[in-house]
Ligand binder design. Structure first.
Ligand code: 9MR
Length: 358
C-alpha cells in the first residue's frame, strides 16, 4: 500500500517535471525566434524613420511582456492619456506628473522618442476649469501657464507635442470648445507660440482625425495652416490619427496627395493613432479579415514611406490585449498573447523590402 502511494507521488512529480520541461523548451524556442528576427524599430531606424505606439502607464507598471514588446519593437511612444489636461492638471494650483513621468522615464531608458499628447483639446477639461466662469484674460493666462508648465517640465525630453487636438468640424469650421468660446480662434496660434517659448526644440503638431483624405475638413485645414505659416506661427507638422476599419477602405492615393500637399507648406506629417478594426463584415472569416488588416497596415506604411514629408508611423497601442476600442475589433499588430499577427509581418516586410524613395 505504502509503496503504491509513493509510486503515485513519484509519477505525479515526474509528470509535473515533464510539463515544466516542455513549457521551458517552448518558451526558449519562442524567445529564440524573437531574438533572431530584427525588430521593427531596427528596420525603421536604418531609414531614419520612427515607428511608434501609444502607451499606458498602468499597463507599463503591471505587465512585463507589454514593456518587453514596446521596448523591443518601437522607437517612439505617445502617452495615451497621462498628459491630458484633467490628468496632469487636476486642480487650478496642482499638477500631477506622476503617470506622465513613468512614460517619459520608460522611453528615455529605452532610447525612444516621446510624442506628448495633448495640450489643448475640447475634451478632458477638469471640473475646476469647466465651472470656473473665467474671463477671457484669465483663460488666456490659465492656458499659457498650463502649456508652459507641462512643456517646460519635459523640455528636451518630449520630441514632439500634439499642441492642439481635434479643433475642426467635418466641414472645416472651428469646433465649439471652452477655448474657442472664451479666447476665440486665436487660441490656436497662441497655443503654438506658448509651446514654442517653453521648448524651442520640440516639434509642434496639430493633430486630428478625418484629415488623411482630400475632403472639406482637410482642405480647410490646409488653408488655415497656410495662413499660420504666412504669419510665422511656430507649427512643424500635422498628425493624422487614422482610427480605421477594414470595411472602410483607406484611399492611399488621397492619403499621399494630402501628405504631399502639407509637405508643400514645409510641414511634416506623422501618422499618430493608427489602428484598424476587424469586427465587420461579420460574414468574413477570421483569416480573411486578418489578411485585409495586414494589407491596410502595409498600404498605410508604404504610402507614408513614399512621401518625404511623412516622418513617423504611430499606432494607438501595440497589442489587442489593450485597446480603447471594443475588444472584438482586434485592431493592433500583436494579438492578446503578444504573438505577432499578419499585420505585424506586413509592416515588417514593408520596412525590410522598401528602400525609402524620399
Ligand atoms: O485611447 C484613449 C482612451 O483611453 C480615452 O478614454 C479617450 C478619452 O480621453 O481618449 C482615447 O484616445 C483618443 C486620443 O486622445 C485622441 N484621438 C482619439 C483617441 C481615441 O478616442
Amino acid at each position: 500500500m505504502i509503496n503504491q502511494k509513493y509510486l503515485k507521488i513519484i509519477f505525479a512529480a515526474l509528470a509535473i517535471l515533464l510539463l515544466l520541461v516542455i513549457v521551458y523548451v517552448f518558451q526558449s524556442m519562442q524567445d529564440k525566434e524573437v531574438k533572431e528576427r530584427p525588430a521593427l524599430r531596427e528596420l525603421a531606424h536604418k531609414e531614419g524613420f520612427y515607428i511608434g505606439a501609444a502607451v499606458n502607464a498602468d499597463y507599463l507598471d503591471k505587465d512585463g511582456l507589454y514593456r518587453k514588446t514596446l521596448d523591443r519593437e518601437v522607437n517612439m511612444v505617445t502617452a495615451e492619456n497621462e498628459m491630458k489636461f484633467d490628468v496632469i492638471h487636476p486642480e487650478k494650483y496642482r499638477y500631477d506628473f506622476s503617470k506622465a513621468d513613468k512614460i517619459v522615464d520608460f522611453a528615455l531608458k529605452n532610447r525612444q522618442k516621446v510624442r506628448g499628447h495633448t495640450l489643448v483639446w475640447f475634451h478632458r477639461i477638469p471640473e475646476w476649469l469647466k465651472k470656473g466662469r473665467f474671463s477671457r484674460d484669465e483663460m488666456k493666462l490659465i492656458l499659457k501657464n498650463h502649456i508652459q508648465t507641462v512643456v517646460g517640465r519635459y523640455r528636451g525630453q518630449v520630441y514632439a507635442w500634439d499642441v492642439v487636438n481635434e479643433a475642426l468640424n467635418e466641414d472645416g469650421s472651428l469646433r465649439d470648445s471652452i477655448w474657442l468660446r472664451t479666447i476665440g480662434p486665436e487660441y490656436i496660434p497662441l497655443a503654438f507660440k506658448w509651446a514654442h517659448e517653453a521648448d524651442p526644440n520640440a516639434l509642434l503638431f496639430y493633430n486630428d482625425y478625418g484629415i488623411e483624405g482630400m475632403n472639406p475638413k482637410s482642405n480647410a485645414l490646409y488653408e488655415r495652416l497656410k495662413q499660420y505659416k504666412m504669419n510665422h506661427v511656430p507649427i512643424d507638422g500635422v498628425g493624422y490619427q487614422m482610427h480605421s476599419w477594414i470595411n472602410r477602405a483607406i484611399d492611399f492615393h488621397d492619403l499621399k496627395k494630402s501628405i504631399d500637399r502639407l509637405g508643400g507648406l514645409g510641414l511634416q506629417v506623422q501618422v499618430t493613432e493608427l489602428d484598424i478594426g476587424t469586427a465587420e463584415p461579420v460574414q468574413s472569416s477570421q483569416s480573411a479579415k486578418a489578411k485585409k488588416q495586414a494589407d491596410y497596415y502595409a498600404g498605410a506604411l508604404r504610402t507614408c514611406l513614399s512621401s518625404k514629408a511623412c516622418t513617423a508611423f504611430v499606432m494607438w497601442g501595440i497589442t489587442d490585449k489593450y485597446t480603447f476600442r471594443n475588444k472584438v475589433e482586434k485592431p493592433l499588430i500583436f494579438d492578446g498573447t503578444y504573438k505577432p499577427k499578419k499585420s505585424y509581418w506586413a509592416l515588417f516586410s514593408t520596412l525590410e523590402n522598401k528602400k525609402i524613395e524620399k
